[in-house]
Design a protein around this ligand. Structure first.
Ligand code: CP3
Length: 356
């Protein structure tokens, strides 16, 4: 076992003392980096990039060479799970992800094949172990999955959606069918994340990208309850170290109270929630992660520095000493100038020390 040289990300998630605020960026490996586009061209396409462990490892490490990040995140996609369930994931140039098959009926749910993460997604586990050894203890490695609700929207709609017409139709007209699908997905996600932890992931994040599209009662019933089931089924310790779990519901800042009840270690917030208010709500019961508007990175070095400092002032407004990980409020976009994330990341490290 190589020792972890920088563990402030794990320590902050577990609300242990830190020397400075840890920071990473959702979607930190991606198209805004010319070296990513170059590796993707070598691989052929996005899915081939995910399926080749040397390429997946290379793109995971690319942002760490440019910036002083406190965590690496596995390069893969949340949609590998529905792909392994036989839906046939593909990407068309200029469009979002699509599936050859959709799930619309009770029969469709019943005919989903058995899922075993280690054998059906062995390329993901190979990527995790390759990246973990390439990191050599530099920073921890984050594994991830989509939430059952978010995965279900892609499976029912057959791709990305703005209004979730078919998924919401199923939710209101045939809730038992959606529950059966979510149940299958929760079991698959538990297996998938535990396999990533076995392969070397040192923390895990559940991306509930579309939880915020739900009404408040439906959020609890169709999204949060299944994430709670996952939290309860995860290995929370490996090789004598805790493996923190982060839930990120985009648009979910108003539901922090029920989220805390899931027992997850940390909650990700988007930019619509004031961090000082969120800290008061959570009141030391969990850590928080977020929440700079990713569009801030379209600004100037001076405007990025100013917005980052304001975010940190909010995060530590009540005299807290830990329990906070800086991040964007959602993924970095492909249009960001690669010079700009450095301003965000260095400002977090330099400015936050005064609070700790
Ligand atoms: O954070 C990282 O650097 C790790 C890699 C990662 C990707 N996708 C790579 C990717 C992670 C953590 C994801 C998660 C993901 N995938 C989510 C949840 C996070 C979120 O943004 O809400 C969702 C909803 C998806 C589904 C997905 N994959 C979409 C909607 C798209 C197309 C839209 C887009 O951003 O291009 C993808 C493709 C995808 N996944 C790309 C990358 C780098 C772009 C593909 C390319 O290189 O052309």
């Amino acid at each position: 076992m190589t020792t972890l040289k920088n563990d402030r990300f794990l320590r902050a998630l577990l609300r242990e003392p830190v020397d400075t605020t840890p920071v990473w960026m959702m979607r930190q490996a991606g198209r805004y980096l010319p070296e990513y586009r170059e590796t993707r061209a070598k691989a052929g396409d996005f899915l081939s990039l995910c399926k080749n462990n040397d390429f997946a490892c290379e793109v995971t490490l690319q942002p760490l060479r440019r910036y002083d990040l406190d965590a690496a995140i596995l390069f893969s996609d949340i949609l590998t799970v529905p792909d392994a369930l036989g839906l046939g994931l593909y990407f068309e140039a200029g469009e979002g992800p699509k599936f050859h098959k959709t799930i619309r009926t009770e029969q469709d749910v019943a005919s989903l094949p058995n899922f075993n993460a280690k054998s059906d997604l062995d390329y993901v586990m190979n990527a995790v172990s390759t990246i973990r050894s390439a990191l050599g203890g530099q920073v921890p490695l984050i594994g991830f999955s989509g939430s059952p609700w978010t995965l279900a929207t892609y499976m029912v709609e057959g791709g990305s959606s703005k209004d979730f017409r078919y998924t919401k139709q199923m939710m209101y007209a045939q809730p038992e069918v959606l529950h059966a699908l979510l149940d299958r997905l929760a079991i698959a996600v538990i297996d998938y994340l535990n396999a990533q932890i076995d392969a070397g992931a040192q923390a895990v994040q559940i991306f509930d990208s579309w939880g915020g599209a739900l009404a408040h009662r439906e959020y609890i019933e169709f999204s949060l309850n299944y994430m709670q089931k996952i939290v309860a089924g995860l290995k929370r310790e490996k090789d004598g170290r805790k493996v923190p779990v982060i839930l990120f519901t985009k648009g979910g800042g108003q539901w922090l109270e029920p989220m805390v009840a899931t027992g997850a270690d940390a909650f990700g917030l988007d930019w619509t929630t004031p961090l000082n208010v969120a800290r008061q709500t959570v009141n030391g019961r969990a850590a928080l992660q977020g929440n700079l508007d990713p569009a801030t990175l379209y600004g100037t070095p001076a405007s990025i520095e100013k917005a980052t400092k304001a975010m940190l002032d909010d995060a530590y407004a009540h005299g807290e000493k830990t329990g906070y990980v800086a991040n964007l409020g959602h993924g970095i976009t492909q249009w960001v100038d690669p010079a700009n994330p450095k301003v965000f990341i260095d400002t977090v490290h330099e400015y936050s020390a005064k609070y700790l």
